[in-house]
Design a protein around this ligand. Structure first.
Ligand code: SPD
Length: 357
Protein backbone atom coordinates (compact mmCIF):
# COMPACT_ATOMS: atom_id res chain seq x y z
CA UNK A 1 0.00 0.00 0.00
CA UNK A 2 1.52 3.31 -0.97
CA UNK A 3 2.05 6.06 1.61
CA UNK A 4 -0.80 8.33 0.36
CA UNK A 5 -3.35 5.51 0.50
CA UNK A 6 -2.23 4.53 4.00
CA UNK A 7 -2.52 8.18 5.10
CA UNK A 8 -6.14 8.45 3.84
CA UNK A 9 -7.04 5.12 5.42
CA UNK A 10 -5.77 6.34 8.82
CA UNK A 11 -7.77 9.60 8.48
CA UNK A 12 -11.02 7.73 7.58
CA UNK A 13 -10.67 5.18 10.41
CA UNK A 14 -9.80 7.79 13.08
CA UNK A 15 -12.68 10.08 12.01
CA UNK A 16 -15.05 7.12 12.34
CA UNK A 17 -13.77 6.35 15.85
CA UNK A 18 -14.05 10.03 16.84
CA UNK A 19 -17.64 10.33 15.54
CA UNK A 20 -18.65 7.14 17.36
CA UNK A 21 -17.09 8.42 20.62
CA UNK A 22 -18.92 11.77 20.34
CA UNK A 23 -22.26 10.12 19.64
CA UNK A 24 -22.02 7.75 22.62
CA UNK A 25 -20.94 10.60 24.87
CA UNK A 26 -24.01 12.62 23.80
CA UNK A 27 -26.37 9.74 24.50
CA UNK A 28 -25.01 9.06 27.96
CA UNK A 29 -25.29 12.74 28.96
CA UNK A 30 -28.92 13.13 27.96
CA UNK A 31 -28.24 14.64 24.54
CA UNK A 32 -31.45 15.33 22.70
CA UNK A 33 -32.23 16.71 19.31
CA UNK A 34 -32.64 14.86 16.04
CA UNK A 35 -34.51 11.73 16.87
CA UNK A 36 -34.17 12.00 20.63
CA UNK A 37 -36.39 13.71 23.19
CA UNK A 38 -35.53 14.43 26.82
CA UNK A 39 -38.50 14.56 29.19
CA UNK A 40 -38.14 15.89 32.74
CA UNK A 41 -41.05 14.95 35.02
CA UNK A 42 -41.95 14.36 38.68
CA UNK A 43 -41.11 10.88 39.99
CA UNK A 44 -43.86 8.22 39.64
CA UNK A 45 -45.81 10.47 37.29
CA UNK A 46 -46.21 8.53 34.03
CA UNK A 47 -47.17 5.10 32.79
CA UNK A 48 -43.85 4.07 31.22
CA UNK A 49 -45.67 1.87 28.67
CA UNK A 50 -46.83 5.14 27.14
CA UNK A 51 -43.24 6.21 26.58
CA UNK A 52 -42.64 2.97 24.69
CA UNK A 53 -45.85 3.54 22.70
CA UNK A 54 -44.76 7.10 21.79
CA UNK A 55 -41.32 5.84 20.72
CA UNK A 56 -42.91 3.15 18.56
CA UNK A 57 -45.39 5.52 16.94
CA UNK A 58 -42.92 8.32 16.21
CA UNK A 59 -39.49 6.68 16.00
CA UNK A 60 -38.29 9.24 18.58
CA UNK A 61 -36.15 7.87 21.40
CA UNK A 62 -37.17 9.26 24.79
CA UNK A 63 -34.65 9.97 27.54
CA UNK A 64 -36.68 10.24 30.75
CA UNK A 65 -35.48 11.97 33.93
CA UNK A 66 -37.32 12.78 37.16
CA UNK A 67 -37.29 15.46 39.87
CA UNK A 68 -38.95 15.71 43.27
CA UNK A 69 -39.65 19.41 43.69
CA UNK A 70 -40.42 22.44 41.55
CA UNK A 71 -37.42 24.19 43.05
CA UNK A 72 -34.96 21.42 42.12
CA UNK A 73 -36.40 21.25 38.59
CA UNK A 74 -36.22 25.00 37.96
CA UNK A 75 -32.69 25.33 39.37
CA UNK A 76 -31.46 22.57 37.07
CA UNK A 77 -33.03 24.19 34.01
CA UNK A 78 -31.75 27.62 35.01
CA UNK A 79 -28.19 26.39 35.56
CA UNK A 80 -27.99 25.16 31.96
CA UNK A 81 -25.91 22.25 30.74
CA UNK A 82 -29.09 20.18 30.25
CA UNK A 83 -31.20 19.53 27.15
CA UNK A 84 -34.71 19.09 28.51
CA UNK A 85 -37.32 19.22 25.75
CA UNK A 86 -40.43 18.80 27.94
CA UNK A 87 -40.86 19.51 31.67
CA UNK A 88 -43.86 19.41 34.02
CA UNK A 89 -43.80 22.27 36.57
CA UNK A 90 -46.66 23.39 38.83
CA UNK A 91 -48.54 26.66 38.39
CA UNK A 92 -46.51 29.14 40.53
CA UNK A 93 -43.29 27.75 39.10
CA UNK A 94 -44.61 28.14 35.55
CA UNK A 95 -45.18 31.82 36.31
CA UNK A 96 -41.63 32.09 37.69
CA UNK A 97 -40.20 30.32 34.63
CA UNK A 98 -42.08 32.64 32.27
CA UNK A 99 -40.70 35.66 34.12
CA UNK A 100 -37.19 34.21 34.03
CA UNK A 101 -37.55 33.68 30.27
CA UNK A 102 -37.00 29.93 30.61
CA UNK A 103 -39.88 28.75 28.42
CA UNK A 104 -40.61 28.59 24.68
CA UNK A 105 -44.13 29.64 23.55
CA UNK A 106 -46.16 26.64 22.42
CA UNK A 107 -47.38 26.32 18.83
CA UNK A 108 -51.06 25.47 19.40
CA UNK A 109 -51.49 24.44 15.75
CA UNK A 110 -49.27 21.44 16.61
CA UNK A 111 -51.44 20.48 19.59
CA UNK A 112 -54.82 19.51 18.07
CA UNK A 113 -55.58 17.31 21.10
CA UNK A 114 -55.69 20.40 23.29
CA UNK A 115 -59.42 20.46 22.45
CA UNK A 116 -59.79 17.47 24.82
CA UNK A 117 -58.97 19.56 27.88
CA UNK A 118 -61.82 20.78 30.08
CA UNK A 119 -62.10 24.59 29.68
CA UNK A 120 -61.99 25.05 33.45
CA UNK A 121 -58.30 24.11 33.39
CA UNK A 122 -57.43 26.44 30.51
CA UNK A 123 -56.42 30.11 30.50
CA UNK A 124 -55.58 30.22 34.21
CA UNK A 125 -53.93 33.28 35.68
CA UNK A 126 -50.41 31.79 35.94
CA UNK A 127 -50.31 31.34 32.12
CA UNK A 128 -52.95 33.42 30.27
CA UNK A 129 -54.19 31.76 27.07
CA UNK A 130 -51.88 28.79 27.77
CA UNK A 131 -49.15 30.51 25.85
CA UNK A 132 -46.44 28.38 27.50
CA UNK A 133 -48.12 25.43 29.18
CA UNK A 134 -50.91 22.87 28.85
CA UNK A 135 -52.58 20.79 31.59
CA UNK A 136 -51.17 17.39 32.63
CA UNK A 137 -52.66 16.55 36.06
CA UNK A 138 -54.32 18.51 38.86
CA UNK A 139 -55.27 17.89 42.46
CA UNK A 140 -55.36 18.97 46.07
CA UNK A 141 -53.24 18.63 49.20
CA UNK A 142 -54.83 16.79 52.11
CA UNK A 143 -54.60 14.15 54.79
CA UNK A 144 -54.57 10.42 54.15
CA UNK A 145 -55.35 8.45 57.31
CA UNK A 146 -55.85 4.88 58.40
CA UNK A 147 -59.31 4.24 59.86
CA UNK A 148 -58.28 0.87 61.29
CA UNK A 149 -55.29 2.32 63.18
CA UNK A 150 -57.32 5.33 64.35
CA UNK A 151 -60.69 3.69 65.15
CA UNK A 152 -62.04 6.46 67.40
CA UNK A 153 -60.77 9.47 65.45
CA UNK A 154 -62.52 11.47 62.77
CA UNK A 155 -59.95 13.55 60.91
CA UNK A 156 -61.50 16.69 59.44
CA UNK A 157 -59.15 19.52 60.38
CA UNK A 158 -55.44 20.33 60.09
CA UNK A 159 -55.52 20.90 63.84
CA UNK A 160 -56.42 17.23 64.42
CA UNK A 161 -52.80 16.40 63.60
CA UNK A 162 -51.55 18.18 66.74
CA UNK A 163 -53.36 15.64 68.98
CA UNK A 164 -50.76 14.24 71.47
CA UNK A 165 -52.17 10.73 70.90
CA UNK A 166 -50.57 10.81 67.45
CA UNK A 167 -46.97 10.67 68.68
CA UNK A 168 -44.66 9.48 65.90
CA UNK A 169 -47.64 8.72 63.67
CA UNK A 170 -47.40 11.31 60.89
CA UNK A 171 -45.53 11.30 57.59
CA UNK A 172 -45.14 14.55 55.65
CA UNK A 173 -44.31 15.04 51.98
CA UNK A 174 -41.06 16.89 51.55
CA UNK A 175 -42.50 20.13 50.16
CA UNK A 176 -41.87 23.60 51.62
CA UNK A 177 -45.14 25.10 50.34
CA UNK A 178 -47.19 22.08 51.43
CA UNK A 179 -45.81 21.89 54.98
CA UNK A 180 -45.67 25.65 55.56
CA UNK A 181 -49.16 25.82 54.01
CA UNK A 182 -50.45 23.32 56.56
CA UNK A 183 -49.02 25.46 59.38
CA UNK A 184 -50.55 28.63 57.93
CA UNK A 185 -53.96 27.08 57.17
CA UNK A 186 -54.13 25.54 60.66
CA UNK A 187 -53.86 29.09 62.07
CA UNK A 188 -56.52 30.40 59.69
CA UNK A 189 -53.97 32.18 57.44
CA UNK A 190 -53.75 31.98 53.67
CA UNK A 191 -51.20 29.58 52.23
CA UNK A 192 -49.97 32.52 50.16
CA UNK A 193 -49.42 34.66 53.26
CA UNK A 194 -46.28 36.80 53.15
CA UNK A 195 -46.66 38.49 56.54
CA UNK A 196 -43.40 37.65 58.33
CA UNK A 197 -45.10 37.48 61.71
CA UNK A 198 -47.66 34.98 60.41
CA UNK A 199 -44.91 32.91 58.80
CA UNK A 200 -42.95 32.84 62.06
CA UNK A 201 -46.12 31.79 63.92
CA UNK A 202 -46.70 29.00 61.40
CA UNK A 203 -43.11 27.76 61.88
CA UNK A 204 -43.52 27.82 65.67
CA UNK A 205 -46.75 25.89 65.36
CA UNK A 206 -45.05 23.33 63.09
CA UNK A 207 -42.29 22.90 65.69
CA UNK A 208 -45.01 21.81 68.14
CA UNK A 209 -46.01 19.10 65.67
CA UNK A 210 -42.50 17.60 65.69
CA UNK A 211 -43.19 14.86 68.33
CA UNK A 212 -45.96 13.53 66.08
CA UNK A 213 -43.86 13.56 62.90
CA UNK A 214 -42.31 10.22 62.11
CA UNK A 215 -40.55 11.33 58.92
CA UNK A 216 -40.52 13.82 56.06
CA UNK A 217 -40.27 11.79 52.85
CA UNK A 218 -40.63 11.73 49.07
CA UNK A 219 -42.59 9.30 46.89
CA UNK A 220 -41.92 6.48 49.38
CA UNK A 221 -44.75 7.97 51.48
CA UNK A 222 -47.11 5.82 49.38
CA UNK A 223 -45.38 2.57 50.25
CA UNK A 224 -45.03 3.55 53.93
CA UNK A 225 -48.72 4.46 54.28
CA UNK A 226 -49.91 1.38 52.38
CA UNK A 227 -47.73 -0.82 54.66
CA UNK A 228 -49.17 0.90 57.75
CA UNK A 229 -45.80 2.27 58.93
CA UNK A 230 -47.72 5.39 60.01
CA UNK A 231 -51.40 6.21 60.48
CA UNK A 232 -51.50 9.72 58.94
CA UNK A 233 -49.86 11.40 55.95
CA UNK A 234 -49.79 14.86 54.43
CA UNK A 235 -50.03 14.05 50.73
CA UNK A 236 -51.02 15.16 47.23
CA UNK A 237 -54.45 13.77 46.35
CA UNK A 238 -53.22 11.49 43.56
CA UNK A 239 -50.82 9.73 45.91
CA UNK A 240 -53.72 9.21 48.33
CA UNK A 241 -55.83 7.72 45.55
CA UNK A 242 -53.03 5.32 44.59
CA UNK A 243 -52.37 4.10 48.14
CA UNK A 244 -56.07 3.79 48.91
CA UNK A 245 -56.31 1.30 46.06
CA UNK A 246 -53.68 -0.78 47.90
CA UNK A 247 -55.05 -0.52 51.43
CA UNK A 248 -58.81 -0.27 51.95
CA UNK A 249 -58.47 1.06 55.50
CA UNK A 250 -57.14 4.36 54.18
CA UNK A 251 -59.22 7.45 53.53
CA UNK A 252 -58.47 10.96 52.24
CA UNK A 253 -59.79 14.30 53.42
CA UNK A 254 -59.23 17.91 52.43
CA UNK A 255 -59.28 19.72 55.81
CA UNK A 256 -62.17 22.04 56.54
CA UNK A 257 -59.95 25.14 57.07
CA UNK A 258 -59.00 24.90 53.39
CA UNK A 259 -56.04 23.67 51.42
CA UNK A 260 -54.20 23.87 48.15
CA UNK A 261 -55.54 23.33 44.65
CA UNK A 262 -52.64 22.72 42.25
CA UNK A 263 -52.06 22.25 38.54
CA UNK A 264 -49.08 20.53 36.89
CA UNK A 265 -48.68 21.53 33.24
CA UNK A 266 -46.39 20.46 30.36
CA UNK A 267 -43.96 23.08 29.07
CA UNK A 268 -41.07 23.32 26.60
CA UNK A 269 -38.00 24.80 28.36
CA UNK A 270 -35.54 27.06 26.56
CA UNK A 271 -33.03 24.19 26.86
CA UNK A 272 -35.03 22.19 24.26
CA UNK A 273 -33.13 20.78 21.29
CA UNK A 274 -36.12 19.01 19.76
CA UNK A 275 -39.01 21.50 19.80
CA UNK A 276 -40.89 19.62 17.08
CA UNK A 277 -40.62 16.32 19.00
CA UNK A 278 -41.64 18.12 22.21
CA UNK A 279 -44.90 19.24 20.55
CA UNK A 280 -45.45 15.68 19.31
CA UNK A 281 -44.95 14.31 22.83
CA UNK A 282 -47.25 16.88 24.44
CA UNK A 283 -49.94 16.26 21.83
CA UNK A 284 -49.58 12.49 22.39
CA UNK A 285 -50.10 12.92 26.16
CA UNK A 286 -53.22 15.02 25.41
CA UNK A 287 -54.80 12.19 23.40
CA UNK A 288 -57.92 11.04 25.29
CA UNK A 289 -57.06 7.32 25.41
CA UNK A 290 -53.43 8.01 26.32
CA UNK A 291 -54.47 10.42 29.09
CA UNK A 292 -56.95 7.85 30.42
CA UNK A 293 -54.30 5.10 30.51
CA UNK A 294 -51.89 7.49 32.23
CA UNK A 295 -54.53 8.53 34.78
CA UNK A 296 -55.43 4.94 35.49
CA UNK A 297 -51.79 4.12 36.17
CA UNK A 298 -50.67 7.23 38.05
CA UNK A 299 -53.83 7.76 40.13
CA UNK A 300 -53.93 11.56 39.78
CA UNK A 301 -56.90 13.55 38.45
CA UNK A 302 -56.96 14.26 34.74
CA UNK A 303 -57.98 17.61 33.26
CA UNK A 304 -58.71 15.75 29.99
CA UNK A 305 -62.51 15.82 29.62
CA UNK A 306 -62.53 13.32 26.77
CA UNK A 307 -60.43 10.88 28.82
CA UNK A 308 -63.08 10.65 31.55
CA UNK A 309 -65.30 8.34 29.49
CA UNK A 310 -62.52 5.71 29.42
CA UNK A 311 -62.11 5.79 33.20
CA UNK A 312 -63.93 3.96 35.93
CA UNK A 313 -67.13 5.91 36.79
CA UNK A 314 -66.55 5.31 40.47
CA UNK A 315 -63.21 7.10 40.23
CA UNK A 316 -64.31 10.16 38.30
CA UNK A 317 -67.41 10.62 40.46
CA UNK A 318 -65.37 10.48 43.66
CA UNK A 319 -65.51 14.03 45.05
CA UNK A 320 -62.39 13.39 47.12
CA UNK A 321 -60.34 13.29 43.92
CA UNK A 322 -62.55 15.15 41.47
CA UNK A 323 -63.89 17.93 43.73
CA UNK A 324 -66.66 19.96 42.13
CA UNK A 325 -66.02 23.55 40.93
CA UNK A 326 -67.97 24.71 44.05
CA UNK A 327 -65.65 22.78 46.39
CA UNK A 328 -62.51 23.92 44.60
CA UNK A 329 -63.58 27.55 45.08
CA UNK A 330 -62.80 27.08 48.78
CA UNK A 331 -59.24 26.06 47.95
CA UNK A 332 -56.25 28.27 47.20
CA UNK A 333 -53.84 28.01 44.29
CA UNK A 334 -50.21 28.75 45.18
CA UNK A 335 -49.13 32.14 43.97
CA UNK A 336 -45.69 33.16 42.85
CA UNK A 337 -44.76 35.08 45.99
CA UNK A 338 -41.49 36.44 44.62
CA UNK A 339 -37.94 35.35 45.24
CA UNK A 340 -37.58 36.78 48.76
CA UNK A 341 -40.79 35.34 50.16
CA UNK A 342 -40.24 31.96 48.55
CA UNK A 343 -36.72 31.86 50.03
CA UNK A 344 -38.24 32.64 53.43
CA UNK A 345 -40.72 29.74 53.05
CA UNK A 346 -37.81 27.43 52.13
CA UNK A 347 -35.64 28.68 54.98
CA UNK A 348 -38.39 28.20 57.60
CA UNK A 349 -39.19 24.76 56.24
CA UNK A 350 -35.52 23.80 56.46
CA UNK A 351 -35.38 25.01 60.09
CA UNK A 352 -38.49 22.96 60.85
CA UNK A 353 -36.88 19.87 59.29
CA UNK A 354 -33.84 20.35 61.53
CA UNK A 355 -35.90 21.00 64.67
CA UNK A 356 -34.97 18.38 67.30
CA UNK A 357 -37.72 16.04 68.54
N1 SPD B 1 -45.32 11.69 42.38
C1 SPD B 1 -45.76 12.76 41.58
C2 SPD B 1 -46.10 13.96 42.33
C3 SPD B 1 -46.49 15.13 41.51
C4 SPD B 1 -47.29 16.05 42.26
N2 SPD B 1 -47.29 17.36 41.84
C5 SPD B 1 -47.72 18.14 42.89
C6 SPD B 1 -47.69 19.57 42.65
C7 SPD B 1 -47.40 20.33 43.86
N3 SPD B 1 -47.52 21.73 43.72
Amino acid sequence: MNKILRFFLIIVVSSGILLYAISSLNTSQGYSGGNTLTVYNWGDYIDEDLIAQFEKETGIKVIYETFDSNEAMMTKIQQGGTNYDVAVPSEYTIEKMIQANLLIPLDHSKLPNLKNIDQRFMDLSFDPKNKYSVPYFWGTVGIVYNRKLLPDKEITSWNDLWNPDLKNQILLIDGAREVMGMGLNSLGYSLNDTNKKHLAEAKEKLDLLTPNVKAIVGDEIKMLMANEEASIGLVWSGDASEIMSENEDLDYVVPKEGSNLWFDNMVIPKTAKNVEGAHQFINFMLNAKVAAKNTDYVGYSTPNKQALKYLDEEVVNDERFYPSPELTKKLEVYENLGKRNLSLYNELFLQFKMHPK
